[in-house]
Design a protein around this ligand. Structure first.
Ligand code: DBV
Length: 257
């Protein structure tokens, strides 16, 4: 059988996928940066599985879109569509460690219990003004503008805090028309604003010294190994696609530095 997707840049086609407009927006916003394919093994470009019960199975599709550019080591989207069971877009931009830039992170998750939505520009190194000041100064007004329109997402683990910015937008919404309206009227424009700001910061970023780059690399490694270790999607992905595939996906694709 011919593989369904040959390149990490091929369009993700999953009918009914809740988050398609968000990925489309991000891909369009990246076009001026001349994205090139990022190497992703075929078994991770497109994977099908099953969930639900024997009598009422639900088809699951997981796809990966990814690219790299002059300043981005890896941009990748993990896309999961499982009908009423789950619909997910986890999107991370990994800059090269030779630039003093945070990560762009979005976690847009729909489960039977509701939507879990997270957006942030996450620092690679903490307690370092040179790394965070110009980002947070510009991020906070955007965060304040949108967060007043959303319910609080609730507490996050203490150990996770170094990896977040004070502009971490985090909410839980009910399924149904009210949640959908907030996704259209708040989450979508917030996603655009966070991404616009990020791409502005990227445009003006210049290469740092080798000593600084080394510090950034250490920070990026710490961040990505934390994310790989604590990936909240691990149990879900293992249920859909098996334990071995999931571990390999997490370590070799999603958080691969
Ligand atoms: N999260 C990932 C990847 C996913 C993914 C790679 C491939 O890092 C999905 C998919 N996140 C995902 C799923 C859940 C969450 C939860 C499926 C629900 C897990 C469950 O309830 O079974 C933000 N995401 C979460 C939670 C947080 C985040 C705080 C709740 C964790 C919990 O309740 O234990 N993820 C976190 C974050 C970013 C992020 C801040 C970046 C902005 O990607």
């Amino acid at each position: 059988m011919k593989p369904l997707r040959l390149s990490s840049l091929d369009p993700v086609r999953m009918p009914e996928w809740r988050w398609a407009p968000f990925l489309s927006h991000a891909i369009n916003a990246l076009i001026p940066l001349k994205p090139e394919p990022y190497p992703v093994a075929p078994e991770f470009l497109h994977r099908e599985g099953k969930t639900g019960s024997k009598s009422q199975p639900i088809k699951v599709t997981t796809c990966t879109w990814a690219c790299r550019t002059k300043k981005f080591r890896q941009v990748r989207a993990a896309c999961v569509e499982a009908g009423s069971s789950a619909s997910v877009l986890n999107f991370v931009i990994n800059p090269y460690h030779t630039f003093d830039l945070p990560f762009f992170g979005a976690d847009l998750v729909t489960l039977p219990a509701g939507h879990l939505l997270a957006l942030d520009l996450q620092p690679a190194i903490t307690s370092d003004e040179r790394h965070t000041k110009q980002v947070w100064e510009r991020l906070m007004p955007i965060f304040e503008q949108w967060r007043v329109r959303l319910p609080e997402g609730g507490p996050i683990p203490e150990e996770a805090k170094p990896y977040f910015s004070p502009g971490f937008l985090w909410t839980r919404l009910h399924l149904g028309s009210e949640g959908n309206q907030l996704i259209d009227e708040v989450i979508m424009p917030a996603f655009r604003d966070y991404l616009n700001l990020y791409l502005d910061l990227v445009e003006i970023a210049e290469e740092v010294s080798p000593q600084r780059a080394f510090k950034l690399l250490e920070g990026q490694k710490r961040y990505l190994s934390y994310r790989a270790k604590k990936d909240p999607a691990r149990a879900m992905l293992a249920r859909f696609h098996g334990h071995q595939w999931t571990e390999s996906y997490i370590h070799n694709v999603l958080f691969d530095l």
